[in-house]
Design a protein. Structure first.
Lengths: 340, 379
């Protein structure tokens, strides 16, 4: 053979090479695959948070009948029931080093009813000092219900005492709220009055959680970062309405977060997830969260947002340990106007 | 035809590049909501930018800035400086320096140099009681240039820390006088404005009829005599704050929220003792700290910028709230030739004169000013 080439070698080499068309198809497939890999890498922190924080399994025990709630006549059918409507219990906790993680107090408890069909939101703040029967037996301030079964315990207690059905919960710690607000670039709030506190707890970012600091959040429209928004919603010493007053402020900041969240894009989810760490938990599945995010931006009219705090005669002071004594015969019909 | 080795190598490089590109692309798609505000001095003035007259003083991130001829200048370092106000003769500024535990008032030159400290609100470092310290906010010098008014958290009673308005000698001599009697557990009395004829206008916080805390503009003409410190000028329903007088003293701009998460720019006439009707001028922005231009050409204020940017500087030209008068109706000229006895011609209705809609002008785009710090504007 000429040049010493053995027969069949060229043919085998030719078989090892690919045609242009097959090469191009392979390249396109590789680009698609690697782009997906890049996306997965980008959203990995968010996916991890979603995996860790959402879909928390809660066991809500069957309610034990309590003397106070059974003494009241059964509620009338709720007028605001709509298909697709659901109720979420928002829980905000002191989760500083004064408490063990499983025995925090829920300083903020807000029932939120979402009515997607009419684009309405109803927020009802439950006073943390309300003296109620716990689902597990015994009685105490409602902010302690979380200590007896965590979120499940808080939900069971609220369901039992208020006769409402709760579909899901969202729990957030102090640091979680600060980080969330900072991750969305702060919030614009019209603070209703100067919030001045000479004995505000200095229990975050400190070695001694029993120290105090001074706080002065001035009045009027302003941009609040996470720390100052926390001071605004948490301070209660210089408010005649104490916990009730700060419940109103908490609702203002919640609405401001919702407003600001409209400017957040899906690409921000990773940064927000990274900022939140383990400071948020919810029983909602990822599918419901994904359904809620676009829904939140459609709730535009302030007239469709009802903010409620519980005031006398729904309760009166003088309960054990400085607690508030509930007036169930007033509370139950009042609550059932809004929450089934 | 490509050999398999080079094909595999090429694909590996391609995959690396495309995955990295996708990662970077997604990162680039992030909104700018969490991006820190720019220093106002960073942005260079645009050739056709609106130039405000005089010099405007404002605050960002604990630093005082001035704006003159369209250019910002940083006057102080970022060290807790806020709430500048001008001497009546515009010679100096009063400003507050705030830290975590207390705040003090200083006299500062218009270029940012500290001339003198007026208040001393700290306590011994060995005193562990946080309540031993004080806050001073919203300093204003009276027209007589002798008395400085400010909001000061004294007297206070344990957890009840209301601000009251105090008048203190600017010379630093003792003799401060309590001018108002703040409501307990409300935050108290804020932002005093000394009046030309004596007395002060200020914002008093109190519980409204529905139990919510609201602001009200009040007037008092003398230091508090046995707790009777004046009278309200606005209702609790209006929830108004941050008064600012026009250069001629006949109008007052203020912010009213009507107890909601809104903040409207409202203007009212002022006869020296009462307001005329409150007129909403800007109703679709979150308005803070309005201040009149010294030449009366408009009102500057802070409000979030477009795209939900933090508080920016805006200017509302005068024509927006004082529209120019309509052109005079032509006077009929007498027809020569004596009186006309026939049927008078039916008058043709004049076309309606539509006042041009004057919109506010956004002066800055990414500055993020402190909306709790009043603006000061020198001519």
């Amino acid at each position: 053979m000429p040049l010493g080439i053995k027969p069949g070698r060229r043919a085998r080499a030719s078989r090892r090479r690919l045609s242009i068309v097959r090469t191009a198809a392979l390249a396109i497939f590789a680009i698609g695959l690697s782009a997906m890999a890049g996306s997965v890498a980008y959203f990995l922190p968010a996916a991890k948070l979603a995996w860790d924080a959402t879909g928390q399994v809660i066991s809500v025990p069957s309610p034990t009948p309590s003397p106070s709630s059974t003494a009241v006549s059964s509620p009338t059918p709720p007028p605001l029931y709509q298909p697709g409507a659901f109720t979420v219990l928002l829980l905000g906790s002191d989760d500083d080093s004064k408490f063990s993680p499983d025995h925090v107090l829920t300083q903020s408890m807000i029932l939120v009813r979402v009515l997607p069909a009419t684009k309405q939101v109803i927020m009802l703040s439950i006073p943390r000092d309300l003296y109620v029967p716990f689902w597990s037996g015994g009685s105490g301030k409602i902010d302690g219900a979380y200590s007896y079964g965590q979120a499940g315990g808080a939900i069971a207690t609220v369901q039992q005492d208020f006769g409402v059905h709760i579909d899901d919960y969202i729990w957030i710690g102090l640091l979680g709220l600060i980080h969330l607000i900072d991750a969305i670039g702060g919030v614009d709030v019209v603070t209703s009055n100067p919030v001045i506190d000479d004995y505000y707890p200095q229990d975050l970012f400190t070695t001694d959680p029993y120290e105090y600091q001074r706080v002065a959040v001035l009045a009027g429209p302003q941009h609040l970062d996470g720390i100052h928004a926390m001071q605004y919603v948490r301070s209660r010493h210089n408010d005649l309405q104490s916990d009730i007053g700060r419940s109103k402020r908490q609702q203002q900041v919640l609405l401001a977060i919702r407003q600001k969240a409209k400017s957040v894009s899906s690409a921000d989810v990773t940064a927000i997830a990274g900022a939140l760490g383990g400071e948020i938990k919810t029983s909602m599945g990822i599918d419901r969260v994904a359904q809620l995010i676009p829904l939140a931006s459609t709730f535009d009219s302030p007239n469709n947002i009802t903010q409620i705090v519980m005031l006398p005669p729904l309760w009166h002071g003088g309960g054990p340990g400085g607690s508030l004594t509930p007036n169930w015969s007033e509370i139950l019909p009042f609550v059932h106007q809004y929450f089934p | 035809m490509i050999s398999r080795f080079f094909l595999a190598l090429g694909l590996c490089v391609l995959m690396l590049v495309s995955s990295f590109t996708m990662f970077v692309y997604l990162g680039g798609r992030q909104s700018k909501v969490a991006a820190p505000a720019q220093k106002p001095t960073v942005a260079s003035p645009k050739p056709h930018a609106y130039i405000l007259p005089g010099t405007l003083y404002l605050t960002q991130s604990g630093a005082l800035y001035s704006l003159s001829s369209g250019r910002f200048h940083q006057l102080t370092p970022e060290a807790g400086w806020t709430q500048p106000s001008l001497y009546p003769d515009n010679a100096f500024l009063l400003a507050v320096q705030k830290n975590e535990l207390y705040s003090d008032v200083y006299i500062v030159t218009r270029f940012g140099q500290v001339v003198r400290q007026i208040t001393n609100n700290t306590a011994s470092s060995r005193d562990p009681d946080t309540g031993s310290r004080h806050w001073s906010f919203y300093p204003r010098l009276a027209p007589d240039m002798l008395t400085m008014f400010m909001s000061y958290d004294s007297p206070k009673f344990g957890y009840d820390v209301p601000f009251s308005v105090w008048g203190v000698p600017i010379s630093g001599a003792p003799g401060g006088r309590l001018w108002t009697n703040a409501n307990d557990y409300t935050g108290g009395d804020m932002q005093p404005i000394p009046l030309r004829g004596g007395g002060i206008m200020y914002t008093k916080y109190s519980y409204g009829p529905d139990g919510n805390l609201v602001g009200q503009l009040w007037l008092t003409t003398r230091p508090t005599p046995s707790g009777n410190e004046g009278r309200p000028l606005t209702s609790t329903i209006d929830d108004c704050m941050s008064p600012s007088f026009s250069p001629d003293g006949r109008q007052v701009a203020m912010v009213c929220t009507y107890g909601r998460q809104i903040a409207r720019l409202v203007i009212a006439s002022w006869d020296g003792s009462n307001f005329g009707p409150l007129i909403g001028v800007i109703t679709d922005q979150l308005v803070a700290q309005p201040v009149w231009a010294p030449d009366g050409s408009g009102i500057a204020y802070l409000a979030p910028g477009s795209g939900d940017a933090p508080f920016q500087l805006w200017f509302l030209p005068k024509d927006a709230y004082n529209p120019p008068p309509p052109p005079p109706t032509p006077v009929p000229t007498p027809t020569p030739g004596g009186p006309y006895h026939g049927t008078p011609p039916s008058p043709t209705p004049a076309p309606p004169v539509l006042a041009p809609v004057v919109k506010p002008i956004q002066i800055t785009t990414n500055a993020g000013f402190d909306a709790t710090s009043p603006l000061a504007w020198a001519g």
